[in-house]
Design a protein around this ligand. Sequence first.
Ligand code: SAM
Length: 224
Amino acid sequence: MRLRNIAGSREVIADSPYVVQEAEQPHCPGNWKKIFGNDNPVQIEIGMGKGKFIHTMAGMHPEINYIGIEKYSSVLLRAIQKMEREELPNLRFLRMDAEEITQVFAPGEVDRIYLNFSDPWPKDRHAKRRLPSREYLARYDVILKKGGKLEFKTDNRDLFDFAVAELEPAGWRADVITYDLHGDRELMRGNVMTEYEEKFSALGNPICKYIISRQGGSHKPGGN
Ligand code: SAM
């Protein structure tokens, strides 16, 4: 998602109390519990877009801390505006490229990762940029706690097939896979629709989803 550059969005972000600012990011690893002021688990959405999913999740689960990550200021601005309308104490935002994700979380600091309708990057030479690629899975491997899970939804079948094929070589396993989420009553329980999910399911596109965890269950750095 790339909205037209919105004048002033960088200034709004720089002044927003909901955003952990770039200058503070080097101090984040190991400190998220301090940032939120409690010991609750931390869950993140990478590529949150305008933030509908993570804002709804944070409202539904006050016992969990959420961090929404978005690359583009003009898109993050929309998530900030949503927070200004309905402030939630357990939600913060990071404006950053997820390529740098291991620089803002300590090993094992994240309880769950959500990828929703990630950009497909259809050209083969751009495969490394896909958020469910093995290169990104290696980064998630570092920050996800032992036994932590990653959930991915998309209506893009090519991207989903790619993501499933990446699991084995990257050392992950699928706990759940569906090619028709909205047709699965059990998996739909508690499902929070994202902006893209609303749009594409309304067009009749089936939504694919997996929930994955590491083979062996440990993150690499400590191997514990
Ligand atoms: N998750 C939302 C949804 O399901 O409605 C938005 C989906 S949109 C197609 C993908 C979003 O991911 C865009 O807003 C894009 O800017 C963001 N994004 C893509 N690559 C990213 C990266 N490397 N780091 C951070 N955000 C990224």
